[in-house]
Design a protein around this ligand. Structure first.
Ligand SMILES: *Cc1c(COP(=O)(O)O)cnc(C)c1O
Length: 370
């Protein structure tokens, strides 16, 4: 699905030098690279504050912890997402309220959010799925109207531009109260292990987030709130400083692959190519087809026989996962989400795909439909 080895070899001298420097300094925890990276990412995103942490799941958890919610408070989230988005809600004793996605973007549907708001609703967690931004203009309007927090799960869309209703162009993740990112190796900005970050424009929230990620302390050995221990390793920060300089090139490469796929697959019968919303720039963390009539399993087998990997993101909707059984969701039906889990298939997409690989994949996808 990705080729992280070829990507590394293009930047090997810089990466090797940066890692060696951390080792030479034995600055493994909170070394200088961590602060430098946080500043550079803040500049790139146009965020006032970036707080690095250990992984994207921690980022989501810490973001929710920073909102001072009470047990049983409701958090509205899509069911069609990676489990981490929804798991942290339940982990903190909050109630996940799963709602439907938009039929074009596969991101949370603002009309479904509006219908799910109750007096206990405290926050919305939209997910910019596959690199396509959710409808943030509508979501922020709803949030303002009802006094709700918005935490953007930006793990799949870092670097995506979004056009606000007021005409400004901003980065996804900087629109809600807090944005969360993962630097898992295969993400659009990935490190060489685990990593994550939160960003916010709000100084008060930034202060709280920093404390929570650091055992609830501001001053060493003085602990004001219950927190956790969630840090970005210096080696990972050193790697990310170098890769951040490539992020726009990486996005362009992904968009190039997506454009070639679009052209090749747009006319195939029973296939929907990814929608590109007019208010944002799709960064194609995944290139995902929807099969409306033909068998997905047969296509997967056809590709596998040719040595082409494919993945299903995601085969089971969150509201059907046993981990949420205590919320008694048996009666909850999200027809679009449930159908997508049966119909989507993601093809290889990455920064190092050459013409030959691309042609090979296109040819084998097309031959399935002949
Ligand atoms: C990857 C991902 C996460 C979690 O990130 P980790 O770093 O693996 O903890 C959360 N949400 C979404 C949508 C993701 O794709």
């Amino acid at each position: 699905m990705v080729d992280l080895s070829a990507q590394y070899h293009k930047i090997k001298p810089a990466i090797d030098e940066a890692i060696q420097e951390v080792i030479d300094q034995t600055a493994f925890i909170n070394g200088p690279a961590v602060g430098h990276f946080a500043q550079e990412l803040a500049t790139y995103l146009g965020a006032n504050h970036v707080i690095p942490c250990a992984n994207g799941t921690d980022a989501l958890q810490i973001a929710l912890m920073a909102l001072d919610l009470q047990p049983g408070d409701e958090v509205i989230t899509p069911s069609f997402t990676y489990i981490a988005t929804t798991e942290v809600i339940a982990l903190l004793g909050l109630t996940p309220v799963f709602v439907e996605v938009d039929p074009q973007t596969y991101c949370i549907d603002p009309a479904a959010i509006a219908a799910a708001i109750t007096p206990r609703t405290k926050a919305i967690v939209p997910v910019h799925l596959y690199g396509q931004a959710a409808n943030m203009n509508a979501i922020m309007e709803l949030a303002a109207k009802h006094g709700l927090f918005v935490i953007e799960d930006n793990a799949q869309a870092i670097g995506s531009d979004y056009h606000l209703a007021d005409g400004r162009k901003v980065k996804t993740g900087t629109i809600g109260h807090i944005g969360c990112t993962s630097f898992f190796p295969s993400k659009n900005l990935g490190c060489y292990g685990d990593g994550g970050a939160l960003y916010t424009q709000d100084a008060e929230l930034a202060k709280k987030i920093k404390m929570i990620a650091n055992h609830g302390q501001e001053q060493k050995y003085v602990h004001d709130v219950v927190g956790c221990n969630s840090r970005l390793d210096t080696i990972q920060a050193a790697v990310l400083r170098i890769k951040l300089r490539q992020l726009d090139n990486y996005i362009d490469a992904r968009r190039g692959v997506a454009a070639a796929y679009d052209a090749a697959f747009a006319q195939l019968p029973g296939v929907e190519i990814p929608f590109r919303a007019s208010d944002s720039r799709h960064v194609f963390h995944q290139y995902t087809l929807k099969l409306t009539s033909l068998s997905r399993a047969a296509l997967q087998a056809h590709l596998q026989a040719a040595g082409i990997p494919s993945m299903i993101y995601y085969p089971i909707p969150a509201h059907r996962q046993n981990m949420f059984s205590k919320f008694n969701l048996g009666h909850l039906h999200l027809p679009l989400t449930e159908a997508l889990c049966e119909q989507v298939i993601s093809l290889p997409i990455h920064t190092e795909m050459d013409e030959q690989q691309l042609d090979y994949i296109i040819q084998h996808v097309q031959s399935f439909f002949k």
